[in-house]
Ligand binder design. Sequence first.
Ligand code: SF4
Length: 498
Amino acid sequence: MLSKSKFILGQQCHKSLWLSTKGFEPTNPMDESSKDRLRAGDQVGDVAKELFPHGREIEYLGSDFQKMCDLTSNAIDAGETTLYEASFIEKGVFIRVDIMNKTSKGWDIYEIKSSTRLISYHKEDASLQWHILQSVKGLKLNDAFVVTLNNSYLRDGDINPAKLFTKHLLTDYVESNLHEIEKQLEDIKLVSISNNEPEVSIGAQCKKPHSCDYLDRCWPKSTKENNSVFNLYKLNLDKKLDFYNQGITSFEQIKPDTKLSLTQQNQIKANEIKKPIINKSKIQTFIDSVEYPISYFDFETFTDAVPLFDGQRPHMQMPFQYSLHIQKDAKSNIDSDKEHFEFIASIKEDPRRAIAESMLQNIPKSGSIMAYNQSFEKNCIKSLADHCPDISEDLLALNDRFIDLIDPFRSGGYYHHEFKGSFSIKKVLPAVCPNDKKLDYKNLDINNGLMASSAYKKMRGLSEDQRISMRKKLFAYCWLDTYAMYAIYIKLLEIVKT
Ligand code: SF4
C-alpha cells in the first residue's frame, strides 16, 4: 500500500522512495529543527479545524487502514458534513484528507500547510488527493484548496482562524494535473514493488523540496572535501552539478578560463598553498571603523507557526536570549566574569519587552556594537522597537552603532581553506583560532541557533529543574557566540600587526 507521503517522496526521487520502502536506515535522519517543523505542522492542523468547527475526526489507527476508511464512510453515510482526517483507499493508495467540508455543490477538500506561502509540492500533494478521491464511489467533489498561514496576521487576543489562514483555490490546477498524476502513480508503484534499487544520479532533487534522508549514501565523500566544487563560495547548486556532471569534482580540475569571483579565486588559491590569503588593508579598513568600548552582541530567537502572544505573526523571529561581552579599550582583555551580560526570557510570557529593557540597561551608551552577520540582529531590534514604542527610539539608536565582523572576511581580507566556502562563525572560528577547547562549539550540548530555538521552546513543557539545566546549556552556547567574536577580532588585530 502506498501512502501520500511515499508518493511525494517518489516524486522527489525514485531511489529515495525505494530505499525508504525497503526499510533502509536513513544516513541523514531528521534533525531536531526538522522535527520541530513537523510538530508545528500538527499544531497548525489542529488550529485549522476551527475554520470548520464541530467536525468529525477520523481517529488515527496506525496500520489499520481499512478501519479508518470504514469509519470515514460510516461518518459520511451518517450525514456528517465536516470531516477531519477523512481516510480513503483507492488505486492501492491510502490517503487522509486534512479537512473535507460538504457544500451544496459537493465536497471541498483542504490540505493544511504550516508554511506562509504556497510551494509547488503542496500543489502536487493536493493533486494526488484529488486524483484518489475522484475514484471514491458516490463522493461528489467540488473544490480543492491548499491552506497556508498568513504571514501578515498579527495576533490580537484569541486566534482568528479566518484571518490566520490563506486559502488557495487549486481546483483548475488539480483537474489539469490528473493525467500526469496517474502516470507518476503508476511509475512510483512499480518502483515501490521492485527488487532492484533504481539508478539515480545525484541532482537538485537531493535537496529540494526536502533534504533527502540518504544524502551520505549517494553523495561521494569527496563532495565534503575542502577542494570540492560543491564547496565553492556562493555557487548555486545547479552550477555545482554542472561541474560534477562534466567530471569536474575538485578545484584542480576547474579549467583556467572559468569565470570565478574574487572569493572563489582566493578559495582555490588558499587551498592550493594551504595557507590563508590575507589582505591586510581590507582588514585594517574594518579595524579603523571600530570604536571602543566594543559590545560583542548576539541574539537567539524562536519562531512559532501559530502566534502565542499578541503582536506576534506566524513564524516571526522572536528574540528570547542575548549574550554581550564588553571590551573597554584596545589594551584590555575581556574578563568574562565582570564584562559579560546574558539574558534568557521567562518562557511564561512574551520575551520581547524584558529582553529589550535588559539590553538597553547593559549595552554601553557609546562604542561599536559588533555582531556576526548584523542584519539578523538589526532586524530583531527593529521588531523589538515596533513592539515597544515607548523605548523604540533608544532601541533603534543601537542599530546605528552596529558593525559586522563578517565584513573583513567577506570583503576578501582573510580566506582560510578550512572555511570551505562559508563565512559562518562556525567555520571561521576553528580556522582562525584552532586548537582551543574553550572556543570549540563541539564541546557544547547546544551548538547551533536552530538547536537553541528548539531547546527554548522545549522548556515550555519541562519541570523547573529541567528548565534550569536547559538554561545553563543555552547560556553556554550564546556565551561562546560573543566570546568567539572577541577571539576572532583579537586575531585580526594580530594579523595586521605582523
Ligand atoms: S540522495 Fe539524491 S539520488 Fe540519493 S536517494 Fe536521495 S534524492 Fe535520490
